[in-house]
Write a protein that binds this ligand. Structure first.
Ligand SMILES: [Zn+2]
Ligand SMILES: [Zn+2]
Ligand SMILES: [Zn+2]
Length: 178
């Protein structure tokens, strides 16, 4: 699962080129934020990333983390994704295959999936309307397998049609971030 060092090298080059174009300086703090972002294979808010960065360098401010994430997005290294809890999450974009998401409204687990059939159907639908899609984000909200099992063990679920609150749980590797 660990990414190759040369890959990070390419990503670092892309970032450096981008900040130079933006008229910004390369700083140790930005380098650290990039490094930690690249090493974390997860959906992270800027808050999540801030706490990870804090463990390594408590002098890095939240604003710096937020701005750096914006730069990473502009540079095409990160992409934004939303799961319906009014937060913006970031995930790796560069060299990462397109995928869509399923979000468990009970435990907040986010499952990544890819379906060539669905992708093809979306393209066909767009073509029918003479629409040129640039990107898309397909999200399914529902209840994951584990939570369905838990629910059937305890008591019946909420009335259908009720809009559950989404609370996304950030998982890094197999460990909860906090
Ligand atoms: Zn898709
Ligand atoms: Zn769940
Ligand atoms: Zn994802």
């Amino acid at each position: 699962m660990a990414k190759k060092i040369e890959e990070f090298k390419k990503e670092k080059e892309i970032f450096l080129e981008h900040i130079q174009k933006a008229g910004l300086r390369r700083t140790a703090q930005r380098d650290l934020i990039l490094e930690i972002f690249l090493r974390t294979e997860a959906h992270l808010t800027s808050e999540d990333l801030y706490w990870l960065v804090q463990k390594r360098d408590p002098s890095v401010g939240h604003t710096t983390v937020y701005r750096t994430l914006k730069l990473l997005t502009e540079a095409g290294l990160a992409r934004e994704v939303r799961f319906g809890d009014n937060k913006t999450y970031y995930e790796h974009h560069y060299n990462h295959e397109h995928h869509d998401h399923m979000i468990c409204t009970e435990c907040g687990k986010v499952i990544e999936f890819f379906s060539p059939e669905i992708e093809a159907m979306q393209d066909a639908a767009a073509e029918k309307f003479g629409f040129k899609p640039t990107h898309h984000s397909l999200r399914l909200w529902g209840v994951c397998e584990e939570c369905q099992q838990k629910a059937s063990e305890s008591h019946p679920s909420m009335p259908s049609g009720a809009q559950p609150r989404v609370r996304v749980r950030t998982v890094v590797g197999n460990k909860l971030l906090y």
